[in-house]
Design a protein around this ligand. Structure first.
Ligand code: BTN
Length: 244
């Protein structure tokens, strides 16, 4: 399968680039940078983006006009779909990656990829989304040490080089093969695979969300992709947060 890829060299952020030009860019385009000067992460963090050879890519996903006022079932879970896609491709290369809810990819408990989706809206409707993925493919140990959280890189996990463009092509093949069906069926269609990739269930966790910190046992991921935590005060269902 051939895909439309726009190589932008160095930019502030591929998500920013695609959101700013959303109307003029075609559906399905992947915007790929060699480096980002202000890579964006979840929860208003930054994403370390100075190493060329890593993947910094954002997909332009437009909705048909008739779906813009009533969103398709899979739309709210695009980041989790992308996490499963990245896990399939990384596992296909031999890396034993897992998913940390909601959508981080870990190798040996360290973060190897992150995903950030941004909806693009117009008055009364959602035009679509930009889904960005940052995957560490070409880091050295000293690059990882400079990141403010435990991080991994697929080249080091596998003990061999991982070529960025081949990795991207595999991601785009996997993503777009299942995308129309995922949009229509939503998170339940990937839930069994997501659960199998998520080893945190049954474990004691704490979750920092925007306003609070919750501690308890991770016990389920719902049909909507939310995390259920059993706390001394009862069951709490979370739609976003940072699991420790
Ligand atoms: C996270 O915090 O885990 C999400 C990180 C997402 C990083 C990617 S790199 C490509 C795209 N452009 C950005 O600015 N962010 C995403």
């Amino acid at each position: 399968m051939r895909h439309r890829v726009l190589r932008v060299g160095e930019v502030e952020s591929t998500n920013r680039y695609a959101v700013d030009r959303f109307e003029e860019l075609p559906h399905g385009l992947a915007v790929v940078a060699d480096r980002q000067t202000r890579g964006r992460g979840r929860l208003e963090r930054s994403w370390s983006s100075s190493v060329a050879g890593n993947l910094y890519a954002s997909l332009v996903l437009k909705l048909e006009p008739e779906r813009q006022a009533r969103l398709p079932p899979g739309f709210p879970n695009l980041t989790q779909y992308m996490a499963v896609v990245l896990a399939r491709v990384a596992r296909g290369l031999g890396a034993e990656v897992t998913i940390k809810w909601p959508n981080d990819l870990l190798a040996g408990g360290r973060k190897v990829a992150g995903i950030l989706a941004e909806a693009v809206s117009a008055p009364g409707r959602v035009r679509g989304a930009v889904v960005g993925a940052g995957v560490n493919l070409a880091m050295r140990e000293e690059d990882l040490a400079a990141i403010d959280q435990p991080a991994a890189s697929l080249n080091l996990v596998l003990g061999r080089a991982v070529e960025r463009d081949a990795f991207l092509e595999a991601v785009l093949d996997e993503f777009f093969t299942g995308y129309p069906a995922f949009l229509e069926s939503g998170f339940p269609s990937i839930r069994p695979e997501f659960l199998a990739l998520t080893p945190m269930l049954g474990r004691q966790i704490s979750v920092n969300s925007v306003r609070s910190r919750i501690a308890g046992t991770a016990c389920d991921v719902t049909a909507e992709g939310s995390l259920v935590v059993l706390t001394p005060q009862g069951r709490v269902t979370l739609t976003l947060g940072d699991v420790q």
